[in-house]
Design a protein around this ligand. Structure first.
Ligand code: PGA
Length: 248
């Protein structure tokens, strides 16, 4: 496990964008990226947009899978994660939108749609690099505390804590969807490489529990300790709870 502490969000975005771009350059085949939403990865996407404009990164053959989507929001809803991805990244880089996948929050048969999502990831050869944020309760994607560490893509109920955290993006708390479709922790752990970004004092405990605490379903991000290629890129304010020296 590698832990990199940087001074601010901009440095975090640059470091993460370059880390993944370097891996993309090594692979001479369609690259499969796992992507996350939320405010944390925004600086990474901004860095990729600027690298793409300068010809430093090529998304033309990249395939993407997003971690999660709210149940009941149409892709055109401005708080849907499909909308977010188009707005923050896909509309500004040379990606073929047909190669971008987000779980279908409007699916009639959610179970079949989740199984098809997993099958599609497999058919594309698995995820080369998975981008993650972390919830203030230690969730990764929408795998809330108590999620099985081997879970797969499925429908989940959001906790009161997450609904409250996410209400800042909606007009009121009652407008926040109460359930979502999320890749499972097992799905995330299947990625070849993982990078988790965290920023802000409200993430101190979740970050410390994830990196230095016991591996437990009470902190879903702690499952990352079992993965051989995981990097945490943290801004200083999110890293203040760490006590150990971290080596890869
Ligand atoms: P945030 O969300 O980036 O908006 O803080 C992270 C998460 O809930 O995974």
């Amino acid at each position: 496990m590698k832990v990199i502490v940087v001074k601010d969000k901009k440095a975090m975005g640059k470091k993460g964008a370059e880390l993944i771009a370097a891996d993309m350059k090594k692979k001479d085949r369609p690259y499969v990226l796992g992507l996350a939403t939320g405010s944390t990865p925004e600086p990474v996407y901004a860095a990729w947009v600027s690298m793409c404009k300068k010809g430093q990164i090529d998304f033309s053959t990249v395939i993407t899978f997003n971690l999660d989507e709210y149940v009941g929001l149409k892709p055109t809803h401005d708080q849907s994660y499909r909308y977010f991805m188009n707005d923050k990244l896909f509309n500004h880089v040379n990606i073929n939108k047909k190669n971008t996948f987000v779980p279908d929050g409007m699916a009639r048969d959610i179970e079949t749609s989740c199984a098809a999502y997993e099958a599609k990831i497999d058919a594309c050869g698995g995820i080369d690099y998975q981008v993650l944020g972390i919830g203030s309760n230690g969730h990764i994607a929408f795998n809330e505390p108590g999620s099985s560490l081997g879970s797969r893509t499925r429908k989940v109920k959001l906790t009161a804590n997450t609904i409250k955290d996410n209400s800042r993006f909606f007009k009121s708390m009652k407008d926040v969807p109460k359930s979502a479709i999320t890749m499972g922790i097992g799905t995330v752990l299947d990625a070849e490489n993982i990078v988790l970004f965290a920023t802000g004092a409200n993430k101190v405990k979740a970050v410390a529990d994830a990196i230095e605490g016991p591996i437990t379903a009470s902190c879903p991000a702690s499952a990352l300790q079992t993965h051989p290629n995981v990097t945490f890129i943290l801004t200083k304010d999110a890293a203040t709870g760490l006590k150990l020296m971290h080596q890869s």
